[in-house]
Design a protein around this ligand. Structure first.
Ligand code: NAD
Ligand code: UGA
Length: 469
C-alpha cells in the first residue's frame, strides 16, 4: 500500500504526517503545486504552526513521509490518493459569494485520470458539496486509460490549534463509499491507531453532507451564544454565566458556547454559505434562510464590537492609538483566514484609529496582506484612502508591552494564553487615561484588571470600572 495526498495545506500536511507516524510501513507522499510550501515542509520551519506537529514531521520525514511537487509521479505510484486541496467560496460567476469553487478538485481529478494505471482508491478529504463524488467519478472515467477507480468520501474534522490531538484521538472517522473493499482498505489504515468502533461508514452522500452539517451546527452554537451576548450587555446578565448554566444541561453540553468577537477560520463561513447555496439550488428557500442567519449574526457580532469600541471612547478613535492583541482566528495557529480581527481592524482604521498590532505567530506581511484584501472590492480595487490607512496607521510590533505603550485602549481579539501572563500594572502605567480594555474573548482576569485601574468592556457583560474612577 502506498499513499499520496494532493494538497499540502492545513489538512493535508498534518493528516498525512499522522498517518505516516502511525503506519511506518506505508510510504506517504504529500504533493502540492506550491513549491514554496513544499520547501517549507522539507525545512525546519514548517509552513503552518500547530502544537506538536514539528515532532511528528521530524519523526516520519525521510522515513516514510515525503513532500514534493512531483504530482504526476506520486499519483502514478500510489494505491490510495487523497485529495486535500482548497475549496474556497466562489468569488465570480454563478453562485459567487456562496457556492464552493471546485476548480482545484476538478483539476486534481483530471490529473489523476491522466496519470493513473491499474486500480486506485481516490479519497475526498477536502470539504465538498454533497454529490461532488458523482462529478469526480465521471471525470476519472473520462480518460479511458484502462485505470479503474473507487471514490470514497473521508471528510476531516480536525480543528486548527488542536489538530494533532484531534488526529490522534478523533471522536470519529467518517468514511462514505460504495465499494466495501475500498472502505475496508481505508478503515485498515486508520485502524492502526483508532478503535474500529469509532470508524463510521455511510453512503457517499451522507458522508459529504455530514461534514457541512457538522460545521453548520458548530458555527450555529457560536452565533447563538453571541446573539445572547448582545442581550446580556443590554440587561446586566453575564454571558459566561449563562453559558455555564445552559452548558450543564447534558442535552446542550458545554462545548462551543464561548462568546467571542465572532467565529473565523477558513471553513465555518465557507461551508455554511455552501450549504445555503445547495438548499437554494434544491428550492429549499426557508432552509437556506435559516442557515444564512448564522453568518449574518456572525457579521453583526464583529461590527457590534468595533462600534462598541468607538462609542465607548467618546464616539471618536480618530488618531488615538489602539493596541490590538491577537490577529489569528483562534489561539495556537498562525492562520488568519476569515479572522474576526481583520474586519474589526479594518473598521477601526476607517474610523482613523492608529493601530498597533501584536500576534505571537502571525507575521507582519500576513497582517498587511489581510487588511488590504479586506478593503478590496469585487473588481480587485483598493481605494486610495484605505491603502493609505493601512500603510500609515498600522504598526506591527513584537510584544504586548510595545503594542500598549501610549495607547488609549487595548482590544483582545485572539485568546492567546500568553496574554494572561503579562504585567498589567506595567501596561496600565504606560497607557493614557481612561485606560480602556475591550476583551473580545473574555480571556483576562477582570477583577485583577479593575484593581489596576482599567475600564473593562467585555463581550456579553456590563462595563466595569473602579468606583473611584
Ligand atoms: P490550504 O489552502 O491550506 O491547502 C490546500 C493546498 O492545496 C494548497 O497548498 C494548494 O497549493 C494545494 N493545491 C490546490 N490545487 C492543487 C492541485 N491541483 N495540485 C496540487 N496542489 C494543489 O487548505 P486547507 O485548510 O488544508 O483545506 C483543504 C480542504 O480541507 C478544504 O476543503 C477545507 O474545507 C477542508 N478542511 C479544512 C480544515 C482546516 O482546519 N483548515 C479542517 C477540515 C477540513
Ligand atoms: C472547525 C471545526 O471545529 C472542525 O471540526 C472542522 O474540521 C474545521 O472547522 C474545518 O472544517 O475547517 P477550526 O475552524 O479550525 O475548526 O476551529 P474552531 O475551534 O472550530 O474555531 C472556529 C472559530 O470559532 C474560531 O474563530 C473560534 O475562536 C470560534 N469559537 C469557537 C468561538 O468563538 N467560540 C467557541 O465556543 C468555539
Amino acid at each position: 500500500m502506498k499513499i499520496c495526498c494532493i494538497g499540502a495545506g492545513y489538512v493535508g500536511g498534518p493528516t498525512m504526517a499522522m498517518i505516516a507516524k502511525q503506519c511506518p510501513e506505508i510510504p506517504v507522499h504529500v504533493v502540492d503545486m506550491n513549491q514554496e510550501r513544499i520547501d517549507a515542509w522539507n525545512s525546519d520551519r514548517l509552513p503552518i504552526y500547530e502544537p506538536g506537529l514539528d515532532e511528528i514531521v521530524r519523526e516520519a520525514r525521510g522515513r516514510n513521509l515525503t513532500f514534493s511537487t512531483q504530482v504526476d509521479q506520486a499519483i502514478a505510484e500510489a494505491d490510495m490518493i487523497f485529495i486535500s486541496v482548497n475549496t474556497p467560496t466562489k468569488t465570480f460567476g454563478m453562485g459567487a459569494g456562496r457556492a464552493a469553487n471546485l476548480e482545484f478538485i476538478e483539476k486534481c481529478a483530471r490529473q489523476i485520470a491522466r496519470n493513473a494505471k491499474g486500480h486506485k482508491i481516490v479519497v475526498e478529504k477536502s470539504t465538498l458539496p454533497v454529490r461532488t463524488a458523482e462529478a469526480v467519478k465521471r471525470i476519472l472515467s473520462s480518460e479511458c486509460s484502462g485505470a479503474t477507480f473507487d471514490v470514497l468520501s473521508n471528510p476531516e474534522f480536525l480543528a486548527e490549534g488542536t489538530a494533532i490531538e484531534d488526529l490522534l484521538n478523533p471522536d470519529r472517522v467518517l468514511i462514505g463509499g460504495e465499494s466495501e473493499a475500498a472502505i475496508n482498505a481505508l478503515s485498515d489504515v486508520y485502524a492502526n491507531w483508532i478503535g474500529r468502533e469509532r470508524i463510521l461508514t455511510t453512503n457517499l452522500w451522507s458522508s459529504e453532507l455530514s461534514k457541512l452539517t457538522a460545521n453548520a451546527f458548530l458555527a450555529q452554537r457560536v452565533s447563538s451564544i453571541n446573539a445572547i451576548s448582545a442581550l446580556c450587555e443590554a440587561t446586566g446578565a453575564d454571558v459566561d454565566e449563562v453559558a455555564r448554566a445552559i452548558g450543564t444541561d447534558s442535552r446542550i453540553g458545554p462545548k462551543f458556547l464561548k462568546s467571542s468577537v465572532g467565529f473565523g477560520g477558513s471553513c465555518f463561513q465557507k461551508d455554511i454559505l455552501n450549504l445555503v447555496y445547495l438548499c437554494e439550488h434544491f428550492g429549499l428557500d426557508q432552509v437556506a434562510a435559516y442557515w444564512e442567519q448564522v453568518v449574518t449574526m456572525n457579521d453583526h457580532q464583529k461590527t457590534r464590537f468595533s462600534e462598541r469600541i468607538v462609542k465607548t471612547m467618546f464616539n471618536t478613535v480618530s488618531n488615538k492609538k489602539l493596541a490590538i492583541w491577537g490577529f489569528a482566528f483562534k489561539k495556537d495557529t498562525n492562520d488568519t483566514r476569515e479572522s474576526a480581527a481583520i474586519y474589526i481592524c479594518r473598521d477601526l482604521l476607517r474610523e482613523r484609529a492608529q493601530l498597533t498590532i501584536y500576534d505571537p505567530k502571525v507575521p507582519e506581511a500576513t497582517i498587511r496582506r489581510d487588511l488590504l484584501a479586506a478593503c478590496t472590492d469585487m473588481h480587485g480595487h483598493v481605494n486610495a484612502d484605505d491603502q493609505a490607512l493601512i500603510e500609515n496607521n498600522v504598526t506591527v510590533v513584537n510584544d504586548c508591552y510595545e503594542a500598549s505603550r501610549d495607547a488609549h485602549a487595548i482590544a483582545v481579539l485572539t485568546e492567546w494564553d500568553e496574554f494572561k501572563e503579562v504585567d498589567f500594572q506595567k501596561i496600565y502605567a504606560s497607557m493614557h487615561r481612561p485606560s480602556f480594555l475591550f476583551d473580545g474573548r473574555n480571556l483576562l482576569d477582570h477583577p485583577k484588571l479593575l484593581e489596576c485601574g482599567f475600564e473593562i468592556h467585555a463581550i456579553g457583560k456590563s462595563p466595569e470600572q473602579r468606583s473611584n474612577n
